[in-house]
Design a binder for this molecule. Structure first.
Ligand code: HEM
Length: 157
């Protein structure tokens, strides 16, 4: 099991770029379609589903990491003392709970958009809920440039 850890860590790190590209590309397309009052086409539906699926795949890898990671294991075993250490608390608590919140926003937006009566409203709902999920995600990634929880931008497998 533990031999899977470096592989899943590298996959989780790399997959983040796929999530981000699809997410931002999809939102730009939704904004463009909304601006020209375009129809919600099968392409938009495909994009919406791809955003959700790539994100949930990343969340699944994250949950696997949460079980395998020595950082989160240490966090859970010494909760009372290490909850004050930012680096460890970030992965034990902040990163995971914020990403779960983003997942809830994505699901809500996706379900609400299905019940919209017009395509304009459908794009609006997607832009708001997915946009909020993107902001949460961007603020919770351990970016290389972050002074608090810096992680490499690319890891080799
Ligand atoms: C439920 C959702 C998620 C959980 C439970 C989760 C969990 C974790 C854990 C435990 C780590 C630390 C692993 C370690 O260093 O031992 C980690 C690292 C990381 N996570 Fe997540 N994650 C989730 C979602 C996401 C999402 C949606 C993204 C970005 C799109 C993301 C991006 C990253 C990055 C970039 C790292 C650093 C990887 C590295 O050190 O190279 N995570 N995650």
């Amino acid at each position: 099991m533990t031999s899977m850890y470096p592989f899943i860590l590298a996959l989780h790190s790399t997959w983040r770029w796929i999530v981000l590209i699809i997410f931002i590309g999809g939102l730009l397309r939704f904004a463009y379609q909304k601006k020209k009052h375009g129809a919600f086409t099968p392409i938009d539906n495909f994009l919406k589903n791809t955003i959700v699926i790539t994100f949930y795949t990343q969340a699944l890898l994250g949950i696997m990491l949460y079980i395998l990671s020595p950082i989160t294991q240490y966090f859970l075993a010494h909760f009372n003392t290490v909850v004050h250490l930012r680096q460890i608390r970030f992965f034990g608590m902040e990163h995971s709970s914020m990403m779960i919140l983003a997942a809830v926003f994505l699901l809500t937006g996706s379900l609400k958009s299905k019940n919209a009566d017009t395509d304009d409203r459908r794009f609006n709902i997607l832009l708001i809920w997915f946009g909020l999920a993107l902001l949460i995600m961007l603020s919770s990634i351990p970016w290389e440039f972050s002074p608090l929880t810096s992680r490499p931008s690319f890891r080799s497998f």
